[in-house]
Design a protein around this ligand. Structure first.
Ligand SMILES: [Mg+2]
Length: 305
C-alpha cells in the first residue's frame, strides 16, 4: 500500500470538483442525443430539460479513477482494472461502447487486463475513453510536475487504451486540466488561454493527437464552431485523434466560462457527452464550482462518491 501524500485531502477535493465539471457536461451532453434539448440549450442554456439527467460511462469510469486515487494516491493499474470492471458489472447500461463491453466483461471474469485488452483491441485502443475520464487524475496531480501528471495519465489509460494515440489523448487532456487549475486566477487572460496549447504540446508525445492539437492551436478563437469542426473533428469517430483537439480548443477558448464552453461543445455535435465531459472537467478546474451553473448541478443525477 502506498503512503498517501500529506495533502491527500486537498487533492481529493480538487478531484471532486473535476468530477462535478465532468459529470455535468456528460449528463447534459447525453440529453442532447435523445431530446430536443439540443435546440433548447443553444437558445437559452437555462431552458434545458429538467433533471435528473443520468450520467454515462464517462462519469462512471472517472469515478473509478477517483476511487483508486482515494485509496492509493497513485494509479495502481491492477486495482483500476478491477474497479472499472466492478462498476461496469453493476451498471452495464451506462452507454459503454461495444469494445468496452467486451473488455470489461472479460476483466470482470478474471482475465488479466493485459491479455483482455490485447484480445479485444489488438495493438491497443485509441478510443476517446482514455481522455473522457481523466479529469479527476488531472486534478489530483495538478500541482505535481507535469512529467508526473503525464506518467499517471499513461498508467490510467494503459489499462484499456494502450495504443500510442490512446495514451497521448489521456496525457494531453490531463495536462490541460492541470494547467487550468494552476492558472485559474488568470483564466480570462488571452495569453493564459493560448498558453494551454503550449503546455499540452510540450508534454504530448508525437503522433496524430499531437498534430491535431498543433492544428487547433493555430485556429483563432473568434471562429465559429461550424468552421472549426471540419478542420479538427468533433469525436464523431470516437477516437482520441478526432476528439481531443476539438475539446482542447473549446476549453482553452472558454477557460473562464463553464456554461459557454459546454453550450459550444454541444453545438459541435459528434460524441457530445464525451466532448462535454472532457471540456467540463478541464474548465471547472479553472472556474471552480461557482462557475458550474447551480441548476445544472442540481439536474445532474446525484453523484455518490
Ligand atoms: Mg458516455
Amino acid at each position: 500500500m502506498n503512503t498517501l501524500p500529506p495533502d491527500h485531502t486537498g487533492r481529493m477535493a480538487r478531484a471532486a470538483l473535476a468530477l462535478d465539471g465532468l459529470s455535468v457536461g456528460d449528463a447534459l451532453g447525453e440529453t442532447c442525443f435523445r431530446t430536443h434539448n439540443w435546440e433548447a440549450v443553444q437558445e437559452d442554456p437555462r431552458a434545458t430539460t429538467r433533471g435528473p439527467w443520468p450520467f454515462t460511462d464517462d462519469t462512471v469510469m472517472a469515478l473509478g479513477i477517483y476511487e483508486v486515487l482515494y485509496e492509493y494516491g497513485t494509479i495502481d493499474q491492477d486495482r483500476l482494472a478491477r474497479v472499472f470492471a466492478a462498476r461496469y458489472k453493476a451498471q452495464p447500461w451506462r452507454g459503454y461502447g461495444a469494445g468496452a463491453h467486451r473488455l470489461l466483461d472479460q476483466i470482470g471474469n478474471g482475465i488479466d487486463w493485459r491479455n483482455a485488452a490485447e484480445c479485444v483491441f489488438p495493438g491497443g485502443s485509441y478510443g476517446n475513453g482514455s481522455a473522457m475520464r481523466i479529469a479527476p487524475l488531472a486534478a489530483y496531480f495538478a500541482e505535481a510536475d507535469y512529467s508526473e501528471i503525464a506518467h499517471q495519465a499513461r498508467l490510467s489509460a494503459g489499462v484499456t487504451h494502450a495504443h500510442a494515440e490512446g495514451l497521448a489523448g489521456a496525457v494531453a487532456t490531463a495536462i490541460a486540466g492541470a494547467y487550468a487549475w494552476r492558472n485559474r486566477d488568470r483564466r480570462a487572460d488571452e495569453t493564459v488561454k493560448r498558453g494551454l496549447f503550449d503546455e499540452v504540446l510540450a508534454h504530448t508525445p508525437r503522433g496524430d493527437v499531437k498534430k491535431g492539437i498543433e492544428h487547433a492551436a493555430l485556429l483563432d478563437f473568434s471562429l465559429s464552431i461550424e468552421t472549426v469542426v471540419p478542420l479538427i473533428g468533433n469525436g464523431r469517430r470516437i477516437s482520441c485523434q478526432d476528439t481531443v483537439p476539438f475539446c482542447l480548443w473549446v476549453a482553452a477558448n472558454h477557460l473562464d466560462d463553464y456554461q459557454t464552453a459546454i453550450v459550444r461543445t454541444i453545438r459541435g455535435g459528434g460524441d457530445i457527452d464525451t466532448n462535454a465531459a472532457i471540456v467540463g472537467g478541464i474548465v471547472a478546474l479553472a472556474t471552480g464550482r461557482e462557475g458550474v451553473p447551480r441548476d445544472w448541478l442540481a439536474d445532474r443525477e446525484e453523484l455518490v462518491i
